[in-house]
Design a protein around this ligand. Structure first.
Ligand code: ATP
Length: 599
């Protein structure tokens, strides 16, 4: 699974712009998050207006001062004018600092709230949603997309508003001071627009290319890291490096051209600034000699001309940034709009159960056109062990998934202590069950915390007791930090057998009435296997257990064996009864464990 790469600031150019209607709806939705901080927002906008106005007043005062110097007015007035100018620039700086400070507060609080909502919503989504979704892609929505929204809120709202105000204000002031000189200065605008269009058309192609190659390379890195042991086993290091180099080369090429074209932007801006400077000085000088404008106006114009080329460039950039953040926000809202696990109106909480489990003519299908389970009927009395047996794809895991209410049956009922699970709240239902899988997930936390995950209220003594019963205590004590040993990424620092012992201890601490076991098929050394079997036996004592069975000894001891094929129960009974029947189970046992093991 390739994780979406961290977005490059320019990668936004590669994103598909949202449609106008979506854009409006998404902006409205983002606004609902900002609206809670309306006061701060109004303050920010006020600061933006003040700082933009001050940026117009400054050059004007400078021009007036120059005219006064030429007119040889007394130095006190001149001194006052320069003091005023200094005050304007200091005040402008203060407003800029304040607007930034408040806006950062708004954006951080907004993304914090959205992130919290998104994460909480993810916890409510059904298993089938996660099965359909790439995990790396989901992670990217929580991180990259949110970062994109945050970055845009931090800077773009202020810059966008400032750019518009400055642009309109500057042109207004220029027209007021000298319409002729304004017209002459504005001649560079078409060149600017044409030039920018030419550059962005090329950069967007190369940035898109760069993103594609970056994603490709990230996927390759992820794959070769997770498959590193296979690479070593087959001595494929050289081929792996060669393939990586090829991808790296493609990325370098795309990056080279993207950066080359981007590099043209400041050069174009610089050239146009110089051209407009020359126009103002040349044409302005001519007009001044003619007496239609003052030298002060020329000075003011030179500053203004810079002030309007910059916002023009900024506006184009900010617009791209905003569009890409909206696209990011849309992806986040898409997840939030996913329906959470369906709940019935009158769900009750399941209290401590005895563990009586009934399936009554249960049918279910993942895809509407293909039945996965058909008419499953079974009854497990409290404390009984039910072994589910059958070829791969027969529907064993699906039965367990229905029992855990990851899915609800299409027809039929599942009853626990006589209560239809559809009417029972999922959390309280799962509270009554513990699951020990072949490859149980362990967190990057201490062993103690991993066992306590079964019941957060368990004391240290209870955790140790569970570990003892699970035959895990002795190996834990041999670890340098004992129960405080922190497991490395999903528990890879301990052996597979030890991981299973820990997951048994975790189930032990939970003390459930119903137990679900997916037995390990992988070969574990005999001693560990004995320890696991022994621990499982202790765990299963007095609990209703459903075992997806692979080992003969569990099947021998099961009160019932349910044999599944193509989603239906084809045989049921004890081991001896089924062997006696000489049917499918018998042939399955013969094939799996060899004739001798059965006879
Ligand atoms: N999430 C899913 N979406 C669609 N089909 C699925 C899904 N999970 C399982 N199936 C299909 O349902 C059928 C039963 O699968 P299930 O996992 O229950 O079999 P199983 O008996 O547990 O197999 P195994 O012994 O290999 O684990 C299979 O055909 C499988 O392809």
């Amino acid at each position: 699974m390739s994780r979406t790469p961290k977005s490059h600031p320019h990668s936004r150019m590669g994103q598909k712009p949202p449609k106008i209607n979506d854009l409006k709806a998404t902006l409205k939705r983002v606004w609902t998050y900002i609206a809670g901080q309306r006061k701060r927002f109004v303050l920010v906008m006020l600061m933006v207006v003040i700082s933009s106005t001050l940026s117009l007043v400054g050059p004007y005062v400078l021009g007036v001062a120059v005219d006064r110097v030429i007119a040889k007015v007394e130095t006190t007035t001149l001194f006052q004018l320069f003091l005023g100018l200094a005050a304007i620039y200091i005040f402008q700086m203060v407003t800029l600092i304040l607007q930034n400070y408040w806006m950062i507060g708004i954006s951080q609080h907004t993304v914090y709230t959205i992130r919290n909502h998104l994460f909480a919503h993810l916890q409510k989504l059904s298993l089938s949603y996660f099965q359909k979704q790439q995990h790396g892609e989901l992670m990217s929505r929580l991180t990259n997309d949110m970062e994109n929204v945050s970055r845009t809120l931090n800077s773009s709202i202020i810059q966008f508003t400032t750019s518009i105000l400055t642009l309109v204000g500057t042109i207004g002031m220029m027209v007021w001071l000298s319409p002729v000189l304004t017209l002459l200065t504005l001649t560079i605008v078409p060149i600017l627009i044409f030039g920018m269009k030419w550059i962005t058309k090329r950069t967007s192609v190369y940035f898109k290319d760069q993103q594609k190659h970056l994603g490709d390379m990230n996927g390759y890195i992820e794959e070769s890291l997770s498959g590193h042991s296979i690479i070593k086993l087959f001595s494929r290091e050289k081929e792996t490096i060669d393939q990586f180099n090829e991808k790296n080369e493609q990325l370098k090429r795309a990056g080279y051209w993207a950066q080359t074209y981007t590099g043209f932007i400041p050069k174009l801006m610089n050239m146009l600034n110089n051209v407009s400077f020359a126009i103002i000085v040349g044409a302005g000088g001519y007009l001044a000699v003619q007496g239609s404008i003052s030298v002060g106006v020329i000075v003011t114009f030179t500053t203004y001309s810079r002030q309007f080329t910059r916002p023009l460039n900024d506006l184009a950039n900010q617009f791209n940034m905003i569009l890409s953040a909206v696209a990011g926000a849309e992806r986040v809202f898409q997840v939030m709009d996913e329906e959470p696990e369906k709940t019935e109106k009158e769900e009750e909480s399941l209290q401590l159960v005895k563990g009586d489990v009934r399936f009554e003519s249960v049918s279910f299908s993942y895809e509407s056109d293909q039945a996965t389970l058909q008419g499953i009927t079974l009854h497990a009395k409290p404390g009984e062990t039910v072994a589910l047996v059958g070829p791969t794809g027969a529907g064993k895991t699906t039965i367990i998934s229905l029992l855990l209410r990851f899915y609800d049956p299409d027809s039929g009922r599942i009853l626990i202590d006589g209560k239809d699970t559809k009417r029972v709240n999922r959390e309280s239902l799962r509270e009554q069950m513990a699951v020990v899988l072949q490859d149980s997930f362990l967190f990057e936390k201490s062993i103690r915390e991993n066992i306590r995950y079964g019941r957060l209220g368990a004391t240290d003594e209870e955790v140790e007791q569970a570990a003892r019963e699970a035959n895990a205590h002795s190996f834990i004590c041999k670890l340098p930090n004992g129960y405080d040993t922190v497991l490395q990424s999903s528990g890879s620092s301990i052996s597979q057998g030890q991981r299973q012992l820990l997951s048994i201890a975790r189930a032990m601490v939970k003390d459930p009435s119903i137990l679900i076991l997916d037995e390990a098929t992988s070969s574990i050394d005999t001693l560990t296997e004995m320890k696991i079997n022994d621990a499982l036996k202790t765990l299963m004592k007095g609990r209703t257990s459903f075992v997806i069975a692979h080992r003969l000894n569990t099947i021998y001891q099961a009160d019932q064996i349910i044999v599944l094929q193509n989603g239906s129960i084809i045989e049921r009974g004890t081991h001896d009864e089924l062997v006696e029947q000489n049917g499918f189970y018998r042939s399955l046992v013969d094939v799996q464990f060899g004739q001798q093991a059965v006879d």
